[in-house]
Design a binder for this molecule. Structure first.
Ligand SMILES: Cc1ncc(COP(=O)(O)O)c(C=O)c1O
Length: 436
């Protein structure tokens, strides 16, 4: 067992002192399993961090990455180029919602979000509507950790230490409604009216001052909050009516999590911009992307040909090694039909999850595709304590789940087999009973 030196690594989104006093260290991974540093196998119930959709240790990706790094380790994409991002953009637009066929590359979900917000603002200016500067997010939304992302995001702990954030941001109400929707499998029945709040914000500020609305079609990080039936469609209608851009943040839902390449397709609502990352490279190399409607892109392509149209980009936008990883990943998704697999397994998954109802302290189970949120009543001593205990005990039992406050999220790799679903639920159920 390697004992980490406690001080030097400042761990992200982690209780550093607690972790370092009793670390959980993973050493290798293959298929559906991690192996920890004591040699124990741990069933991956979270696809890493919502990213390893094709499972771990995929040889095709490893080989593509090592070939690429030997051939072209880096090439700039500012006023220069190399073939791979052009090829990858074409491949992505082939699986994207219709019309979203222009692609801007980033290195993470956070960068994708900030890029999408900047495209929205710059688009309106290029389109002669420079007064459209307000951005609208949603309570309990998570859009990464850039200043744009935390401004439109709605998770208080991610915001409160960082000052006034971006000006001119409003939030729609979240759609979590335990009173009316608890234990409803699939999309909840109640809550479409929450989209009407957008009309209220339009009446307050004037549509001519609003640039964009950004939502996760399904909120992941705040604990798997599903869109009520008809809600996304209604948001689309209202944004379209008022000339406001709609951005779907699909960093979690992208690449098959809810049974289609993107949630936009599963729920039949096409945004103007769509952010993704994580599953794009199966988590193997950092990469993100923003898929953009063609007419938005064309609005930028005016003025002198020698003029740079959009002053934005990252040194590593379209990095050759990340592109190679993404292309190999998309091949696997296609060959193994993984982008549709969550639909195939959805019935079995839902039945397995329904069996949790009635276990101690569970107050809701939410599920769609191959994702689930299991919410516990908070411990009287402290919010989040129960979720953390269940997470730790499940890990002891040999499975990795993710705690967000008192909600446990499950999002296994899409290659999971039925027997492994049973195994995951068994380890989780035992942990719930042991910590009750
Ligand atoms: C919806 C959403 N947007 C953005 C992000 C940020 O992605 P990253 O951590 O790659 O910056 C995440 C990460 O979980 C996410 O779930």
């Amino acid at each position: 067992m390697i004992t980490p030196s406690p001080d030097q690594f400042w761990m992200p989104f982690t209780a550093n002192r607690q972790f370092k006093s009793d670390p959980r260290l993973l050493e290798s991974a293959e298929g559906m399993y991690y192996t920890d540093t004591s040699g124990r196998q741990v069933l991956d119930g979270t696809a890493g961090l919502w990213c390893c959709n094709a499972g771990h240790g995929r040889r095709e990706i490893t080989e593509a990455v090592s070939r690429q790094i030997g051939k072209l380790d880096f090439a700039p994409t500012f006023q220069m180029g190399h073939p791979l991002p052009f090829e990858l953009a074409e491949r992505l637009s082939a699986i994207a919602p219709a019309g979203l066929n222009r692609v801007f590359f980033t290195n993470s979900g956070s960068e994708s979000v900030d890029t999408a917000l900047k495209i929205a603002l710059a688009y309106h200016r290029a389109n002669g509507q420079a007064s459209r500067t307000r951005l609208i997010g949603r309570e309990m939304g998570y859009h990464g950790v850039g200043f744009g992302g935390i401004s439109v995001g709605g998770m208080i702990n991610n915001r409160r230490a960082f000052g006034p954030l971006l000006p001119g941001v409003d939030h729609l109400p979240h759609t979590l409604d335990l009173q009316r929707n608890a234990f409803s499998m699939g999309l909840p029945e109640h809550g479409v009216e929450k989209a009407e709040e957008l009309e209220r914000l339009v009446a307050l500020h004037g549509a001519e001052n609003i640039a964009a609305v950004i939502v996760e079609p399904m909120s992941g990080s705040a604990g798997v909050i599903l869109p009520p039936r008809g809600y996304l469609k209604r948001l689309r209608e209202i944004t379209r009516k008022h000339g406001i851009l709609l951005i779907f943040d699909e960093v979690i839902t992208g690449f098959g999590r809810v049974g289609e390449a993107f949630a936009a397709q599963r729920w039949g609502v096409t945004p103007d911009l769509l952010t993704c990352a994580k599953g794009l490279t199966n988590g193997s190399v950092p990469m993100g992307a923003v898929l953009v409607a063609e007419d938005l892109y064309e609005t930028f392509m005016t003025g002198p040909e020698s003029a740079i149209e959009f002053f934005h980009g990252y040194t590593y936008s379209g990095h050759p090694v990340a592109c190679a990883a993404a292309l190999a990943t998309l091949d696997i998704y296609a060959q193994e039909n993984l982008l549709q697999r969550a639909i195939e397994l959805e019935g079995y998954w839902q039945e397995a999850l329904a069996s949790l109802q009635g276990l101690p302290n569970i107050i809701d189970v939410r599920t769609v595709g191959l994702v689930a949120g299991i919410q516990f009543a908070p411990h009287p001593e402290q919010i989040g304590k129960r979720g953390y205990e269940v997470f730790c005990q499940t890990f002891q039992n040999g499975a990795l789940v993710r705690a967000s406050g008192d909600t446990i999220a499950l999002s296994p790799p899409l290659i999971i087999e039925k027997a492994q679903i049973d195994g995951l639920l068994e380890r989780f159920t035992d942990a719930i009973k042991a910590t009750a």
